[in-house]
Design a protein around this ligand. Sequence first.
Ligand SMILES: [Zn+2]
Length: 91
Amino acid sequence: MDTSCSCQTCGKYFSTANAYTNHLQSKKHREAAARQDKCLTVDVQQLNTKIEGKMKNAAQSNNEMQGDPRVASSFGDMEASGGVSDKDIGN
Ligand SMILES: [Zn+2]
């Protein structure tokens, strides 16, 4: 089956290239293509909004971790041990 004469936008198949070309130039196809472009744009915007929401949630959980005194003290230990190893390398 030759799929080169099919319009995936409209889900239509054409037996001749001429009929396919005529369809691409038709108002019906242009309207369908415009509608599909619009839908894709909306999907991308919704996706970006979801990603932004996840990033905000991640930032909030990071703040909560730093606010936890146990986590803060362990961070301090890591910095102290890191400073010692730096001196060792210097010698
Ligand atoms: Zn079409």
